[in-house]
Design a protein around this ligand. Sequence first.
Ligand code: HEC
Length: 359
Amino acid sequence: MHRICTAVGPKLPHETSTFSDRAVRGITCRPKAAVAAALWLVLLGATPRVCMAQSGEPIKPIPLEPQLDLRKVALGDRLFHDKRLSKDNSLSCASCHDLSKGGVDGLPSSIGIGGAKGPINAPTVFNSSLNFRQFWDGRAASLEEQVAGPVHNPKEMGSNWTEVLGKLAQDGPLVGEFKATYRDGLQTRNIQDAIAVFERSLTTPNSRIDKYLKGDQKALSPDELLGYQLFKAYGCVACQGVNIGGNMFQTFGVMGDYFEKRGNTTVADLGRYNVTKSEADKHVFKVPSLRNVALTAPYFHDGSAKTLNDAVDVMFKYQLGRPASAQDKKLIVKFLHTLTGEYKGRPLQRADSDAARQP
Ligand code: HEC
């Protein structure tokens, strides 16, 4: 059988990072752990993925400072918080992606204009620039393309570009800012561009795991370190992932029919199938990032897991097909809490709840 992940081996030529390999030396992947690899894909709704022997850590730290046009960042920030992007001026992007609450709304599924209940859970916008595609079903290839989705979605902002441009064009100072930033001024594509550039500024470096990966051996407590070692021994998450997920599609419910058990199947449950209409893509989703996962409950596309414990349970059951030992689960959840990063130099928080501090 394939080993899912081995911790030893030569450093690959393209690996230029400086963090220590020492942490992984001596950790081997037990064959039975191969199955458990899925766990990490789990939170993810993923299947085991064979990651052939590589050296170094499966997780890479987030680079400290993205090089961005600060004028565009500021304009995008403004637009991200501008309710005129919605039909009745009631919602901005930030309404569902609250930057003071981990970039999410904390609801199982989002509420759009007029109280419309959406079909799916809102992922965080933090680090979304590090995802290989956007949305649970990956239907947007880029952040620029993604912006049009919520603006037009009748259960989100319920508007369209003509309406939005009409409203923004009446705002002299904003029109001036567009002119100063883009040669052709206020245009749909420039709104999309500015918001996307702003979103690229929403990375959260300096989590404790990143500090550890960069060589600060004290950044993790002994329990958290054990949790990390279990995490790796159980599988290699998403090989070399900076975003610890966000880089592949996987089936949700490999070892059992999650959807049959949960009941009330929805169109959103079909996942990637909605994009490709291929049977093989039924219940396939983009593996979400685990970064800041302690702040982004409830979990999964259906928001069905209220806590990290619940999410880990579901993963073991439907991705691995076995129960988790309580101890392993506890340590892994502790490790997951080390993935919370910083935004603007301050640790990300979930202001409104205890979720960040609860397992
Ligand atoms: C009514 C709530 C709501 C509003 C308003 C909203 N979003 Fe979202 N956002 C969601 C939901 C729900 C999803 C997941 C939809 C899906 O995958 O089908 C999502 C997904 C995303 C994603 C993809 C993240 C990922 O990991 O796949 C990004 C990026 C994003 N939104 C940015 C924005 C921007 C920019 C705006 C404003 C133009 C916005 N959102 C407005 C609820 C909202």
